[in-house]
Design a protein around this ligand. Structure first.
Ligand code: ADP
Length: 192
C-alpha cells in the first residue's frame, strides 16, 4: 500500500497534482474539501453546517472531517493506497489519521508539501474564483483568511510529519509537469 499526504496552502496546486498522482500510482483520492462540497451539493445537514464555515474561510470541526475519512477508509479497504488532499489540516487530525491507518498496517509513506508564497496564492485563488463558482475563492478577504488559517492551524502539521522523518518540500511555482516529476522523485525516494 502507498499512502501519501499532499500538503500545502489553498491554491498550491494539490488538486491538480493529485489528479496526476492517482493516475500514475492508481491511488484513491481523498479530498476532504471535495467530500464536504458534495455534502453541500446533496443538501445534508452536515453540508449545511460546513458551508457556513467554509464560505468564511474557516476550518470545519476536526471530528467531522475525521469521521468522513474514517468512512472512506472503511469503504475502500482493497485500495492500493490513498492520497490525502487537504487532510490532515490540524495536528489533531494528523494524530487521528495515524491511529486510523494503524488498523490497516499502512502508515503514511511521506508527506509532500507544495511551497508557494502567500501573494501568489491569493492571486491564484482569486483567478480560480472567476470560474470555479466557489464562494471561498471569490473575494480577497476570504482568500486571505484561508491563507492565514493555514499558516496558523495547518503549518504545524508539517512539523508533525517532519519529526517522523516523513517530509519533503517541493517548489510549487513553475511548470505543472516539472512539479509532478519532482513529486514522483520524492515518492520513489520514500519507497527505497
Ligand atoms: P483548497 O483546495 O483551497 O485547499 P479545500 O477544497 O481543500 O481548499 O477546502 C475548502 C474548505 O473546506 C476549507 O477552507 C475548510 O473550510 C474545509 N476543509 C477541507 N478540509 C478540511 C479539513 N481537513 N479540516 C477542516 N476543514 C476542512
Amino acid at each position: 500500500m502507498l499512502n501519501l499526504v499532499l500538503f500545502g496552502p489553498p491554491g498550491a496546486g494539490k488538486g491538480t497534482q493529485s489528479e496526476k498522482l492517482i493516475q500514475k500510482y492508481n491511488l484513491v483520492h481523498l479530498s476532504t474539501g471535495d467530500l464536504l462540497r458534495s455534502q453541500i451539493a446533496a443538501g445534508t445537514e452536515l453540508g449545511l453546517r460546513a458551508k457556513q464555515l467554509m464560505d468564511h474561510g474557516l476550518l470545519v470541526p476536526d471530528e467531522v472531517v475525521i469521521g468522513m475519512i474514517e468512512n472512506k477508509l472503511r469503504e475502500n479497504q482493497s485500495a492500493p493506497g490513498f492520497i490525502f488532499d487537504g487532510f490532515p489540516r490540524t495536528v489533531l487530525q494528523a494524530e487521528a489519521l495515524d491511529q486510523l491507518l494503524s488498523h490497516y498496517q499502512a502508515p503514511i509513506a511521506t508527506m509532500i508539501a507544495l511551497v508557494v508564497n502567500d501573494e501568489e496564492l491569493i492571486r491564484r485563488l482569486l483567478k480560480r474564483g472567476e470560474t470555479s463558482g466557489r464562494p471561498d475563492d471569490r473575494d480577497e478577504a476570504t482568500a486571505r483568511r484561508r491563507v492565514s488559517v493555514y499558516n496558523k492551524e495547518t503549518m504545524p502539521v508539517a512539523d508533525y510529519y517532519s519529526q517522523q522523518g516523513k517530509f519533503a518540500a517541493i517548489d510549487g511555482i513553475g511548470n505543472i509537469d516539472d512539479i509532478f516529476q519532482a513529486i514522483c522523485q520524492k515518492i520513489e525516494e520514500s519507497r527505497l
